[in-house]
Design a binder for this molecule. Structure first.
Ligand code: PMP
Length: 354
């Protein structure tokens, strides 16, 4: 086939990007994408399916999922007009980049962090200004404050991925006060840290908090997330999403399952306990370091280095994430906390490897 003149058709910023990839191998234990290791019960799945069977499939879903928005608003003590629902929190982040950034504007974030922020900034032809975390993955407050002052959009992740630590709450408040535009606090993993910037919404109309159904809520297969923000900003973020973005099955599943948040909270508590004991045990192995985490994953280094650790665990059927391409993460892998028996298998595999 002939080479296409892609440089005439596609933005240079997109041509320069590598496609988002998740490296996978055959495995029996999946600890690479920070999902819930527990699925919803057969009974609850049947309840969703029977409601879905009664619905009209030939009709468009609600323009926005009103009932779901109301339930989410009630759960977080905000008003429904402060909630915007997306196909994953990724879609909320995409809308924010789309509606705020003009070519040449600045998107501020830190590095290492969730790779999608940079990708979205670049696709909006923005300048991406990253504040580099310390070797202990701490934010340089002065640097972040000065970078966010000049930015139309700032994206922070707390707990951060792939590092697992929180961004200090006082620093978030200072960033919100000084920032040159909207500040996103991505709380995809807040169920595991039990720390949130929600109380800051009242004083800071430039704050957007994003949450996802893909992690503690055990619904990654349905693609749902949401943002909470000032109602006027919510109206604009909604404009950045295409109409009818939320399909009927996703809205219905979330609506049914939101009546079972006890299940979510109980499993999050189990993950927190498992995480802390797994990290402690790994740190007792010679030459192994497991970083402290407030999330459902943690960074791990072994004397073998990232690529051999990934490969060695993969040979034993355990899939983790090689994050060595991230700044400050050379020789690190990221491990999702799984079910107790999976964590035991991971521990034994690391012990055997070294
Ligand atoms: N933010 C962070 C920090 C994430 O790790 C992820 C998932 N990898 C997302 C946002 C996106 O989640 P989703 O689109 O599934 O809601």
């Amino acid at each position: 086939m002939p080479d296409l003149p892609l440089d005439q058709w596609v933005k240079p910023e997109v041509l320069a990007q590598s496609a988002y990839r998740v490296r996978t191998v055959d495995h029996r234990i999946k600890l690479n994408q920070n999902e819930s290791p527990w699925d919803w019960s057969e009974a609850l799945k049947q309840e969703v399916l029977s409601r879905l069977a009664e619905a009209d499939w030939n009709r468009y879903p609600d323009l926005v999922p009103t009932q779901l928005k109301q339930k989410l608003a009630r759960a977080h003590g905000v008003s429904p007009n402060q909630v915007v629902v997306g196909k994953g929190s990724n879609e909320i982040l995409q809308s924010l980049a789309h509606i705020t950034l003009r070519p040449g504007d600045t998107l501020c974030t830190v590095t290492p962090t969730f790779a999608i922020y940079r990708l979205l900034g670049e696709q909006s032809s923005a300048r991406v200004d990253e504040s580099v975390l310390s070797t202990a993955f701490q934010v340089n407050a002065t640097d972040l404050l000065s970078k966010s002052e000049a930015a139309r959009l700032t994206m922070l992740c707390s707990p951060n991925s792939p590092t697992g630590n929180l961004v200090d709450g006082d620093l978030i408040a200072r960033v919100l006060t000084g920032a040159g535009g909207v500040v996103v606090v991505d709380e995809a993993y807040a169920d595991f840290s039990q720390v949130t910037s929600l109380p800051l919404l009242k004083q800071h109309p430039n704050l957007v908090i994003t949450r996802t159904f893909s992690k503690a809520f055990a619904l990654a297969g349905f693609r749902l997330g949401y943002g909470m923000m000032h109602p006027d900003l919510a109206r604009e973020v909604q404009k950045g999403l295409l109409p009818f973005n939320i399909d009927l099955p996703s809205a219905m599943a979330a609506d049914v399952l939101l009546d079972h948040v006890d299940w979510v909270e109980e499993h999050a508590r189990t993950i927190i306990k498992e995480r802390d004991s797994l990290i402690d045990r790994l740190n007792e192995l010679p030459g192994v370091k497991a970083w402290p985490s407030r999330s459902n994953f943690f960074l791990l280094s072994t004397p073998l280095g990232a690529s051999e650790t990934f490969a060695g665990l993969a040979r034993g059927g355990i899939l983790v994430r090689d994050v060595s391409a991230y700044q400050r993460c050379a020789e690190l892998v990221r491990v999702t906390v799984g079910r107790p028996e999976e964590n035991e298998a991971l521990f034994k595999a690391v012990k055997q490897l070294i």
